[in-house]
Design a protein around this ligand. Sequence first.
Ligand code: G6P
Length: 367
Amino acid sequence: DAYDAGDHESFMHKEMSEQPTTARRVLSGRLDERFGTGHLGGLNLDPRDLRAIRRVKILGCGSAFYVGQMGATLLEELARVPADAEAASEFRYRNPIIEPETLYVAVSQSGETIDTLLAVQEIRRKGGRVIGLVNVVGSAIAREVDGGIYLHAGPEVAVASTKALTNMFLAFAMLAIQLGRVRDLSIADGRRLIAALNALPEQIEQVLATEDALAETARRLAGAESLFFVGRVRGYPVAREGAQKFKEISYRHAEAYQTSELKHGPLALVSPEVPTVAIVPDDELVERNVGALHEIDARGGPLVVVTHENVSVGDLDCERIVVPKSERELDPILLTIPLQLLAYHAALELGHDIDKPRNLAKSVTVE
Ligand code: G6P
């Protein structure tokens, strides 16, 4: 068909560059600025159903799992409902307790990942209610769920998910706002977040415009056999997704850790040969984060800090990657975009097949 990479050297590059447009598309028509809420008709949940939810359990595999962790944090912060994400590939093997007042959320770009599909079927068999955050219309998971949010990212060809992942995050944000607004979220907070959501596509564009500088950093990182990605709370799933992308396409060993856990083990591995990419947003943890990075610096560990303009790193010896500031709840997605470009340019430097990394498939449809 007519879908090709056009002027881009790979589908991944094309798909990354589409993000401002695809992000606008997933938000389009789904936000109510006047009442500071979401308009997610496909959920098939009325306000009474939404108020009855006592817990949210998110299921996905790979990047969809990590963005699910970002989504869980958004739901807890905005809707004040306990939420967590779990690898769909593990879920049904531990005889999970299916609760009627839990909302289950299956996250999948393809809608065909067998582990996620079987988790959905197990939940429904036991009477649970599942919604889908799915990109491919009419896919197996989209057909199985009780309702959901289509991601409208368009076809995604590269194994490493970029534009679909971004739209998963935005869908979680809209879900959290809509759920929050029938519970405890104020109209002012709803409006504040909607304004920030609407500003994101242009901010994503600003991050993409820094590609040349990111490529230079990536070429340096490509030389390392092993790297750490660290972050905490909202930044931790960002670090996990960053490490995932990096290992998927550069084949370097990239390991994600909570910054707070460094001192409980991984610090033993830090050395001039092992760089760390640290997620340091301008938030309530910034001082503690910067403090932990000094521990890395003191051991000669090279540091790349993905951060905001206002964050002062003091005399820390590091390379700074600055992203535009959003509302703190929405910052994770802007912190994720440069990590896509770091992985991409590291893989390019190493001469790998970016769209089809070895041993991996775009969607895993057999167990
Ligand atoms: C595969 C891909 C990953 C992807 C995961 C989930 O393992 O290699 O990049 O994140 O499947 O795919 P899905 O289509 O369910 O989002």
